[in-house]
Design a protein around this ligand. Structure first.
Ligand code: HEC
Length: 255
């Protein structure tokens, strides 16, 4: 039995998409931004379309079933179902895209500007290229102590951060709607999962005012936590952010 061409084309697309997810998510353990995946699938679809409509004959095989669905009197029932489902599907997609969302617009602002190589916080100069979380080592050395540190970090979070970043760390805290740029959603693979703990330390201690120029045009409401939290509290809240979301910080690759 031969698989119809139209189904073949669909299977190739599903296979490529699935393969991409398997290779990156499961085998390489890398997180891929949705926008990149969309772009990739766009080119794959264009390629599949070109290959599958290369000759007159193959084009007919692709178009044939679609034509039959619209014209063949015996397919009336199926046709009615499809004609209801397709508009519903696109209606839902349009609604889903148009409804107001908390996500920050993608390209207008550099969300993760390159950090300076050093930062002056707590009256000391930190080398951000080598800075590591002094508590991270307890994750292996003393899991009990580590769990306690994470709990303390959770306290710091609830008292200081959840108003904006949300009690589920999803950027939907009660103040979030009034802010532009919006507080970042730590559950999204595009934020802390991509960053090193030293980067977070810099961002938390220096806040919106610490952002370099390329992070404008908007003014970030992120407070300068150097003024309110101790250094230890900042490191603990960072432990908590990773622990709660289940992400691991990026490392320098020699750990
Ligand atoms: C007044 C609201 C507000 C509070 C409170 C707040 N933040 Fe933020 N935070 C923001 C906003 C807005 C952004 C996004 C703009 C930016 O990057 O500065 C942000 C960004 C961040 C980032 C950068 C993430 C990234 O992917 O680059 C980190 C880390 C962060 N906040 C941690 C914290 C921590 C930890 C606390 C509590 C100690 C906290 N924030 C409290 C508003 C807030």
């Amino acid at each position: 039995m031969r698989i119809p061409r139209l189904l073949q084309a669909v299977l190739v697309l599903v296979g490529v998409y699935g393969g991409f997810i398997v290779v990156f998510d499961y085998m390489l353990g890398q997180v891929i931004p949705q926008s990149l995946l969309n772009m990739y699938m766009f080119f794959v679809s264009a390629g599949v379309f070109m290959v599958f409509t290369f000759t007159e004959e193959s084009t007919n095989e692709i178009v044939g079933p679609i034509k039959a669905l619209v014209e063949d009197p015996s397919k009336k029932k199926l046709r009615n179902v499809v004609f209801i489902l397709v508009p519903l599907f696109f209606g839902w997609m349009t609604y889903d895209q148009m409804k107001p969302s908390f996500e920050a617009p993608v390209e207008l602002r550099t969300i993760h500007p390159a950090p300076p190589s050093t930062a002056k916080v707590y009256g000391k100069r930190y080398n951000l290229l080598t800075l590591v979380n002094p508590f991270r080592k307890f994750e292996k050395e003393d899991p009990e102590k580590f769990a306690e540190l994470v709990r303390e970090g959770g306290d710091v979070y609830v008292k200081n951060c959840q108003y904006c970043h949300g009690d589920k760390l999803d950027g939907k805290g009660p103040y979030a709607q009034g802010l532009n740029p919006v507080p970042l959603n730590f559950q999204d693979v595009g934020t802390i999962a991509q960053l090193q703990e030293g980067y977070l330390f810099w961002r938390i201690t220096t806040g919106g005012p610490g952002l370099p120029k390329e992070a404008t045009p908007w003014l970030s409401a992120m407070p300068v936590w150097e003024d309110f939290l101790s250094e230890d509290e900042v490191w603990k809240v960072i432990l908590f952010l990773y622990d709660y979301t289940g992400y691991s910080p990026r490392s320098w690759g020699h750990e």
